[in-house]
Design a protein around this ligand. Structure first.
Ligand SMILES: NC(=O)c1ccc[n+]([C@@H]2O[C@H](COP(=O)([O-])OP(=O)(O)OC[C@H]3O[C@@H](n4cnc5c(N)ncnc54)[C@H](OP(=O)(O)O)[C@@H]3O)[C@@H](O)[C@H]2O)c1
Length: 302
């Protein structure tokens, strides 16, 4: 099977580059090879390559910048996935796409389920929600996997930011009122691969039967403040830290260009029921707090 992977250098895309070859011949594309703002190029490239599977790990993920770079965010997060879905439908290919907890407004006090009302507070969330709708409208065999607080030791991830801040500042202030599920990028890629592998015999028909939106995130939710505290406690190079105080603050005291939902934890039970056997869940849904997983696996292998 030919597979096209978009966003190969991102947190999730990088993990996919490593494991998608287990499923077939992979053509990985980065921004230089194909700019997703060029909507015709997406269509032409997919028409030429004729993949049986499209994995879209790309996105405009700069939440604050999206407030001003609205056009780019809408093209990359909303229009491009719509085109991918349309091409996939016409050529009987499967589309795997990722969305976000930021489609919700964060007024819940229990984890969000898929059917609950969306009401994004910022342009990033609005563009991702529009992408979901475009795929639902144009798609045939697709999975839209909503995830949250994706982390790795790559790029400008929250983990890297916290480790960097702790090396430059004696006092760190982090919001304690934004809560969601930290999700390891490798877990997302591995679980997705398992699903594709498990449905591989007749991938298009099998995924078509299950097409829809699912929540897939790390188990356990926490605040940015607690998460940062845990990251620093697990830092293998603690001597490099100059930080002495980590203080909780609130979103009101720490305004950003884009508003964030306060409570956007995701309930992943629909995904677990529909897409993965129980014995695999324990293996692959890493809890952010579980020290052997978080400290051991993450630090050693990222
Ligand atoms: N990060 C999070 O906390 C988070 C939370 C919830 C949901 N998600 C969703 O999870 C998925 C994966 O996120 P991630 O954290 O892995 O994202 P990421 O690290 O920011 O990677 C995004 C990728 O998209 C590529 N891209 C952006 N604009 C492009 C363009 N115009 N043309 C071609 N490629 C372009 C980037 O290329 P460059 O490397 O060239 O920039 C990068 O490789 C996304 O759908 C995201 O919305 C993420």
């Amino acid at each position: 099977m030919k597979i096209v992977l978009f966003g190969k250098n991102g947190q999730l895309g990088w993990e996919f580059q490593r494991i998608l070859p287990l499923l077939g011949e992979v053509v990985s594309l980065d921004r230089q090879e194909l700019d997703l703002c060029d909507l015709h190029a997406i269509q032409n490239t997919l028409d030429d390559l004729k993949p049986g599977l499209i994995v879209n790990a790309s996105a405009y993920t700069e939440v604050d910048k999206a407030e001003v770079e609205t056009e780019a965010a809408m093209k990359i997060n909303a229009l491009a996935p719509g085109i991918m879905a349309e091409v996939a439908r016409k050529s009987k290919a499967v589309l795997i796409h990722y969305s976000t907890d930021y489609v919700f407004d964060g007024t819940n006090n229990v984890p969000y389920k898929e059917h609950e009302t969306t009401n994004p507070l910022n342009m990033y969330g609005k563009s991702k929600l529009a992408g979901e709708k475009n795929i639902e409208q144009a798609g045939d065999a697709y999975l839209i996997l909503r995830t949250s607080w994706v982390y790795s030791l790559r790029g400008n991830s929250f983990v890297n930011k916290v480790l960097g801040w702790a090396r430059k500042n004696e006092t760190l202030k982090l919001v304690n009122d934004q809560v969601s599920n930290p999700t390891w990028a490798r877990m997302l890629a591995e679980v997705t691969n398992l699903i594709l592998f498990k449905n591989g015999e007749n991938l298009f028909e099998n995924i078509k039967e299950k097409s829809g939106i699912y929540h897939l995130a790390g188990s356990g939710h926490t605040s940015r403040f607690e998460w940062a505290t845990q990251i620093l406690a697990n830092d293998p190079d603690r001597e490099g830290q100059v930080v002495k105080n980590i203080l909780p603050t609130t979103s009101d005291e720490f305004p950003t260009p884009a508003m964030r939902p306060l409570y956007s934890a995701l309930d992943c039970s629909k995904f677990e029921r529909a897409l993965i056997c129980a014995y695999l869940i324990g293996r692959v849904r890493y809890n952010w707090q579980c020290s052997d997983r978080f400290a051991g696996i993450c630090w050693r292998h990222l």
